[in-house]
Design a protein around this ligand. Structure first.
Ligand SMILES: CC(C)(COP(=O)(O)OP(=O)(O)OC[C@H]1O[C@@H](n2cnc3c(N)ncnc32)[C@H](O)[C@@H]1OP(=O)(O)O)[C@@H](O)C(=O)NCCC(=O)NCCS
Length: 194
């Protein structure tokens, strides 16, 4: 008989229309995290953890992006992932990083969180040319709109609008850059150069 936790995880992974899943933990341990292995096959987890640890030590490069694609992260072109970025070990396949995004050192990109009595999974989408500064963390599900800027040490606990500058714990929109033409000239230059 399939474990009810594993069954709900599989359903969520299949149903791309759902952004998040909350699965109640009914024991027998005193906290759900003790039984994290009910979410995913532990052997798979060891493999993804090893890849994440290797990529943490690498400078930004295409090889690193390829390693992360191998464990299911969807990564576009010209994406820069700095050292020490922690990609979710359990559900890297729920993370999508679009073209031209820059992820600063020490950022944590989470697609699951576990409470005492609940497992939570959420899809993470980082838009085009997003600039995520160092030591940013998120609570899934998370959608970061194109060209958003996330300041150092920000805690992203809700969606970030496109063309906005957000900072703080928890995050607040510091500046709305819509209509300011942020990156417009830069991107036109890119087109000319190609
Ligand atoms: C996002 C960033 C580039 C903004 O720098 P900037 O354009 O020079 O902006 P400023 O420092 O003038 O800040 C603008 C406002 O936002 C505030 N602010 C900037 N970063 C902030 C942060 N992390 N948390 C809280 N407030 C912040 C400033 O206090 C200022 O507020 P004020 O206008 O009320 O005085 C910078 O904060 C940052 O995060 N740099 C790190 C880049 C990085 O990690 N890159 C990764 C690859 S190396």
């Amino acid at each position: 008989m399939t474990d009810y936790v594993r069954k709900q995880v599989r359903q969520f992974l299949k149903d791309k229309s759902k952004r998040e899943a909350r699965i109640k933990y009914k024991g027998p341990k005193m906290n759900a995290a003790y039984q994290w292995y009910r979410l995913r096959n532990p052997v798979r987890m060891l493999f993804t953890a090893a890849i994440v640890e290797i990529t943490r030590k690498l400078p930004p490069c295409e090889f690193k992006n390829h390693l992360l694609r191998m464990i299911g992260v969807k990564i576009g072109k010209d994406v820069t992932i700095c050292p020490d970025v922690i990609i979710d070990w359990l559900f890297p396949d729920l993370i999508e990083i679009d073209d031209g995004a820059l992820i600063g050192a020490g950022a944590i990109i989470a697609s699951h969180s576990i409470l005492i009595d609940e497992f939570r999974l959420g899809r993470v989408k980082i838009g085009k040319q997003v600039m995520m500064a160092s030591w940013v963390a998120n609570e899934p599900p998370t959608t970061i709109g194109d060209r958003a800027i996330i300041g150092l040490f920000t805690y992203i606990n809700k969606d970030v609008p496109a063309d906005s500058f957000v900072v703080g714990i928890p995050m607040q929109v510091k500046k709305d850059m819509k209509g300011l033409g942020y990156l417009k000239e830069f991107n036109q230059g890119l087109k000319r150069a190609r």
